[in-house]
Design a protein around this ligand. Sequence first.
Ligand code: NAD
Ligand code: UGA
Length: 333
Amino acid sequence: MSQHPSHLTTAVPRRAVVTGAAGFIGSHLAHALVQAGTVVVGVDRRDPTTDPTAAANLAVVRGLPGYMHVTADLLSCAIEPLLIDANAVFHLAGIPGVRPSWGPKFSEYVASNVLATHRIMDAVARMGTPRLVVASSSSVYGSTDGGASVETDRPQPASPYAVTKLAEEQLCLAHSAQAHCPTSVVALRYFTVYGPRQRPDMFTHRALTAALTGQPLRLYGDGHQRRDFTYIDDAVAATIAAATIPTASGVINVGGGSSASLLEVINIANSLAGREIQVHQERPRSGDVLTTRANPGRAYEVLGWQPQVDLHNGMRAQMQALTAESAAFGRAA
Ligand code: NAD
Ligand code: UGA
């Protein structure tokens, strides 16, 4: 393997804010940062003392001396006090998910993905926080010809969710381009992240759960749609690099590790569980694109980042976590 570019550094921020810390990616990021010596303020509107998903996601960090959790809604809370002395803000809070963004829930997407992001961006700029890393999405590319998407491609979002993610990243970049703005912004376009604690609405989680329980799996379309599946630890490594490399800025793809169709994911789940998933095919869902595929060149050039975990190994780790969870749940019940 070739060497990483020489301008890269591995130092982590001394103090950082992670929004969306009670979520899938946010909780992994907060944990990795604390392990690396960063003092982390995690912010999320889901309260780990009352919300079981938040409690489960945050179990790895709650109680650690380097972690402080704040339950707050970014649409209304005072943000500036959270940012005192922060070297970096990782803004992962938002409403994810392509399919539910059609219909009345759209206003929630706009509120959390666009309006809350505006409040964060305004606050980091006023507080002089040097770096904001914001979670964007592969969905901004929309339908492609199946080739790898480059950051300079014209975005063609195909769902209301994707429109809000494009607005979110561009809003932050527009703020940071102002002459007086002290904050540099890196917008990471994550490609379908999977692994332990993945959101239960996502395909990999559902396929592995079906394989473990014997319950049927609903497949939207013929299963030939492809995703550039990105393992959570790889996504976290890129996210930390995006905050620590002084020269990083602009939009960067985080993907490119494991292009696979849904049928391939089902086959891996079958082989890991040693049983055939019962598949119920349904109509394709609006806003879903046929293929996502990242060109990871800029991520390597700017962040020195390359995905390390292939789909088979990543799904095995996710299955082991699901098995451990259900065993723990069984004991507690
Ligand atoms: P998640 O739902 O597990 O986490 C998001 C968290 O944000 C939740 O805990 C939620 O309570 C919190 N949140 C939402 N609105 C908030 C608000 N107004 N104030 C405070 N907290 C709020 O989702 P995830 O899968 O971890 O995704 C994290 C981010 O990455 C999202 O912005 C998502 O759009 C983006 N993303 C995710 C993927 C993926 O594959 N998971 C891919 C591309 C982009
Ligand atoms: C995922 C995340 O959910 C988004 O938040 C994120 O922005 C996006 O990745 C991204 O890469 O930017 P998606 O690719 O739709 O979105 O991932 P899944 O929700 O895992 O769905 C993948 C495919 O599986 C879709 O074609 C979907 O229709 C299909 N699917 C999903 C099913 O067939 N059955 C299900 O039960 C769930």
